[in-house]
Design a protein around this ligand. Sequence first.
Ligand SMILES: CCCCCC/C=C/CC(=O)SCCNC(=O)CCNC(=O)[C@H](O)C(C)(C)COP(=O)(O)OP(=O)(O)OC[C@H]1O[C@@H](n2cnc3c(N)ncnc32)[C@H](O)[C@@H]1OP(=O)(O)O
Length: 303
Amino acid sequence: MANAWRNSAKIPFIGVLSRLSIHSLPGRMSHRPCWSLQQRNSSTSPKIKVELDSSTGVAVLWMQSAPVNSLSLDLLTEFCISLEKLEMDKSCRGVIITSTLPKVFSAGLDILEMYGKSPERCGEFWKAVQEMWLKVYGSDMVTIAAINGSSPAGGCLLSMCCDYRIMADNPRYSIGLNETKLGIVAPFWFKDTMVKTVGNRTAEVALQLGLMYSGPEALNVGLVDQLVPQDQVLTAAHENMTKWLAIPDHARQITKSMMRKPTIDKLLSNREADISNFVSFITKDSIQRSLRLYLEGLRSKKA
Ligand SMILES: CCCCCC/C=C/CC(=O)SCCNC(=O)CCNC(=O)[C@H](O)C(C)(C)COP(=O)(O)OP(=O)(O)OC[C@H]1O[C@@H](n2cnc3c(N)ncnc32)[C@H](O)[C@@H]1OP(=O)(O)O
């Protein structure tokens, strides 16, 4: 069973590191992360910082892409490479995903990656979004989201891919899949992840209305598992990680696989069609208009 899991969920991701070579191709240089080894168990790239404590087997992965950790192609690429490195490191059994930014976990997909871009670029971007989902949702490691700020859309999806979610109790923070509010539609693998997290009826209402939940509301519907004071989010994540790591890896991993493999396999066997579908949808004039209006709304909020 464990091998079956590895075959179905891990092998596709080996491509992320091997694709590093394509960064040397003309036109891809801007996506090349600049890796520097700061100390034995730490690594930093422009948008991702990782610290691995080999004695506990727990890594913390920080997104550090100001102003809002929007999931750009660069951030997605660095994220996947960092996670893949941890996945291949035998001393790492669990990873806590969080943000260095004061008020935002992640603003979701970078809207500027979907607005005014060529179909080729949109396709490349969507492939990276798929990659992140496959990598986190299919991880053999224990994954805990330490949601220390707002987490709309793709940010919510990222946290739902984790095994456990702890959110900072702050009335200014919200979380949810708000895609319909932008005039766009969450694909089946976003929808399945939401259904698996909160159940069918709650997901149906939340997805159609593009609901964003406050912390207490998110806790009430099971979108997050724990709500703690802001300064205790990381401590709570480490405490929970200890409980998860007390379970033998093989038993936990096979159980996780049973729950998640059907949707993973469905995306793996439909990746190209899913990319084509995204590209033809997102490049429509009407969708581009919706995105422009949404961006203008975001910008005018400050004026
Ligand atoms: C078949 C088709 C399938 C399509 C499926 C596609 C699925 C998409 C899922 C997505 O993830 S779409 C992205 C949805 N995200 C949002 O709606 C979040 C919008 N942002 C916010 O609500 C807020 O910015 C925030 C995250 C709550 C933070 O608020 P704060 O007040 O701290 O910061 P702002 O002043 O609002 O923003 C600062 C700066 O960042 C820009 N920005 C915000 N979010 C994004 C984003 N997602 N992408 C790109 N840029 C973003 C914002 O415009 C500001 O820019 P400037 O005005 O400073 O230039």
